[in-house]
Ligand binder design. Structure first.
Ligand SMILES: Cc1cc2nc3c(=O)[nH]c(=O)nc-3n(C[C@H](O)[C@H](O)[C@H](O)COP(=O)(O)OP(=O)(O)OC[C@H]3O[C@@H](n4cnc5c(N)ncnc54)[C@H](O)[C@@H]3O)c2cc1C
Length: 403
C-alpha cells in the first residue's frame, strides 16, 4: 500500500481503501477512499490536511474531469454517505447525506407523492454532486435553479472544521446565506456531508408531446414562443434527428402541474403548434451518455446547436432552451479530429461555451472551455477565500484555474 493508503486504512479500515488509476490525475494510480459515514469522512479530510495529501472528491462520478498535481493524492468517494436524515413531509423538506443518489431519493419520495426539484440524466448522480456542480437540469424552468432549492448544508472544510449553514426551515433567511457559496464551488472550499433540500408535490397531471417543425430555425422559433407563453411548460426542448440523408426537427414539450392548468396549457400549445404526437413521460429521460454536451447562455442555444450540427454528421441533438444545454447522442462516436475541434471552437467563439465529451474515452482531454477569461481581481478574491476554507490547499489542487 502507498503511504496515503496506509494512513487512511489505519484510520477508517482497510476495506474502505482500494486502488484505481482512473482519478482526475491522468496516468496516476491513487487510492480510492470511501468512508462509511460522516465521522469517517471528516477524519479522512483531517488526515489529508495534516499530511498534505491532495483529495479529489467524487460523488456519482458523472462528470469527466482532469487536474494537474504532483505529490501524494487520493480520491474521496462519497457514495456510502447515503443515509436519509430527515423527511419532514408537511414542511416539504428533505435532509440526507451528500452521497445519496438522486434516483434513490426520488423513488423514496414518490411513494409520498413528493419529489426533489432537481434533475440529472445520470442514474448515478448524488445530491452533493448536484449541489456543488450547480448545473441546471430540466427542472430549472418549472422549479428554479439548483442553489435555490438548497436550504442548508453541513460541510467539512479543508482543514477539518465542520460547519453547518442554513437550516431545515423553508423560511429561515436572516443575513447572508453561506450555503450558496458551495453551489458551483465543487469541492474547492469543502466536502459537503449532508444537505437539506426543498420538496415539491408530484404533479397531478403531465403531458409530453412532440411537435414537428420544418427545419432547426422553425423548431427554435416555436420553442421560444412556447417557452415565453406557456407558464406550465416544464421542459421545452428542440430535438433534431440528423443523418447524411437529412434532418427531422421537432419541439418536445412537457407540461406538468395541477390538472386544470395542464389542460389549459395543452390547449394553448396545440393552438400554437397544431395537434401533437404524445410521448411517454420517460421520453424526457431517454438517451444514455451523450457524445458531446455544450453548455451556453439560454439565448445562445440555437447558435450552439448550429455549431454542433456542422460537426456531427449523424445522431440526435437535444437542445434545452431554458438551460442552454445542447447534447449530441450519436449511434457511434464522431471522430473529433483536431480540425473538427478547431472549427467547433471558432464557431463557439464569443458564446462563453463549456464543451464536454462524456461518452468519449478521451473526454477530459477533449473538453473545451470557451468562457471569457475571468477577471484577475475575482481570481485573487477566490484564492483568498480558498485559503480561509482550505488553508493547506489539499482540496482538489490543480482543478480550478484559480486554486
Ligand atoms: C452530459 C451531462 C449532462 C448533465 N446533465 C445535468 C442535469 O441535467 N442536471 C444537473 O444538475 N447536472 C447535470 N450535469 C452535471 C453533473 O454531471 C451533475 O450535476 C452530476 O449529476 C453531479 O453529480 P455526481 O454525483 O455524479 O458528481 P461527480 O461527477 O462525482 O462530481 C461533480 C463535481 O462535484 C464535486 N462533488 C461531488 N460530491 C461532492 C461533495 N459531497 N462535496 C463537495 N464536492 C462534491 C466533485 O468534486 C466534482 O467537482 C450534467 C453533466 C453532463 C456531463
Amino acid at each position: 500500500m502507498s503511504a496515503p493508503a496506509t494512513l487512511f486504512a489505519s484510520a477508517i479500515g482497510a476495506a474502505a481503501v482500494t486502488h484505481t488509476d482512473s482519478g482526475p490525475l491522468q496516468g496516476r494510480h491513487m487510492p480510492v477512499v470511501t468512508p462509511g459515514n460522516v465521522a469517517e469522512c471528516v477524519e479522512v479530510v483531517r488526515i489529508a490536511a495534516r499530511e498534505r495529501i491532495a483529495l479529489y472528491v467524487r460523488g456519482g462520478g458523472s462528470e469527466p474531469r482532469t487536474a494537474k498535481h504532483e505529490g501524494p493524492a487520493a480520491l474521496l468517494c462519497t457514495t456510502r454517505l447515503d443515509q436519509v436524515i430527515d423527511h419532514a413531509r408537511d414542511d416539504l423538506t428533505f435532509t440526507a447525506e451528500a452521497g445519496l443518489g438522486l434516483t434513490a431519493a426520488q423513488a423514496l419520495l414518490r411513494t409520498h407523492g413528493q419529489r426533489l426539484p432537481l434533475s440529472s440524466r445520470h442514474a448515478a448522480s448524488t445530491l452533493g454532486g448536484i449541489l456543488t456542480r450547480d448545473a441546471e437540469g430540466w427542472t430549472r424552468k418549472s422549479c428554479g435553479m439548483v442553489r435555490d432549492q438548497i436550504l442548508g448544508c453541513t460541510v467539512v472544510l479543508g482543514d477539518g472544521r465542520v460547519i453547518t449553514e442554513g437550516s431545515r426551515l423553508v423560511k429561515n433567511v436572516s443575513g447572508y446565506n453561506l450555503t450558496r457559496l458551495f453551489g458551483g464551488a465543487r469541492a474547492a472550499f469543502g466536502v459537503v456531508l449532508s444537505l437539506t433540500v426543498r420538496l415539491k408535490a408530484q404533479p397531478q397531471a403531465r403531458r409530453v408531446s412532440w411537435h414537428g417543425a420544418a427545419n432547426p430555425a422553425a423548431a427554435f422559433a416555436l420553442a421560444a414562443q412556447m417557452h415565453a407563453s406557456i407558464a406550465d411548460a416544464e421542459v421545452v426542448r428542440v430535438r433534431i434527428e440528423h443523418s447524411t440523408t437529412g434532418q427531422k426537427c421537432a419541439v418536445v414539450l412537457s407540461l406538468a402541474g395541477a390538472k386544470a392548468r395542464v389542460d389549459e396549457a395543452c390547449a394553448q400549445a396545440d393552438k400554437l403548434a397544431g395537434a401533437p404526437m404524445l410521448l411517454p413521460a420517460a421520453a424526457l429521460q431517454e438517451g444514455g451518455t451523450p457524445q458531446c454536451v455544450i453548455e451556453v447562455r439560454p439565448a445562445d442555444t440555437s447558435a450552439a446547436t448550429q455549431a454542433l450540427l456542422a460537426q456531427a454528421h449523424c445522431g440526435s441533438i437535444d437542445a434545452d432552451i431554458a438551460t442552454g444545454t445542447v447534447e449530441l447522442l450519436a449511434p457511434s462516436a464522431p471522430t473529433w479530429t483536431t480540425a473538427a475541434l478547431q472549427t467547433l471552437d471558432s464557431s463557439l467563439r464569443g458564446l462563453e461555451a463549456l464543451v464536454t465529451f462524456p461518452a468519449n474515452p478521451d473526454a477530459a482531454n477533449l473538453q473545451r472551455n470557451c468562457c471569457a477569461t475571468p477577471n484577475p481581481q475575482v481570481h485573487s478574491l477566490l484564492r483568498g477565500m480558498a485559503q480561509r476554507f482550505d488553508p493547506s490547499g489539499v482540496l482538489e489542487p490543480g482543478m480550478h484555474s484559480w486554486k
